[in-house]
Write a protein that binds this ligand. Structure first.
Ligand SMILES: [Zn+2]
Length: 134
């Protein structure tokens, strides 16, 4: 399966999916997906709320949603990013902070929901790229 890039248009702020570098579907700005670093996110399949997208936040900026068993690639400049996932009333997340550097430019994360007594929470785990689905 081809990679799906999820980007935020620097011009108009629209959240869009791209298969490769291309124009923003809203304002036409050219968006380059070949950034120095990227985060890949895979949502592990689960029965609970399978039909509902999980909201994605990177440094508190909303980046759309991820569907059940979907994987997305976020091209990003080097830097530190706090990853946060929410879904409906479930707003607890382990909020890992990842560092994208020249030595470590490609971080793969899997997210799954942990059932809780009071509320569910999201666990984001860094995984080896070889364990990511193609
Ligand atoms: Zn745009």
């Amino acid at each position: 399966m081809a990679k799906k890039y999820r980007v935020k248009c620097p011009q108009c702020g629209e959240i869009i999916n791209l298969a490769d570098s291309g124009a923003c579907s809203k304002c036409g700005t050219m968006i380059d997906v070949n950034m120095p670093a990227c985060v890949e996110l895979y949502r592990m399949g689960n029965m609970m709320g399978a039909a509902t997208g999980y909201g994605i936040y990177i440094n508190d900026v909303p980046f759309g949603a991820i569907g059940n068993r979907e994987s997305l690639c976020f091209p990003l400049p080097y830097g530190e990013y706090k990853m946060h996932i929410v879904c409906g009333m479930s707003r607890k997340c382990n909020d890992p902070v990842i560092k994208l550097t020249a030595e470590d430019p490609h971080v793969c994360l899997k997210v799954h929901m942990k059932m809780g007594f009071v509320q569910n929470s999201f666990i984001l785990e860094r995984v080896d790229p070889s364990t990511m689905p193609d």
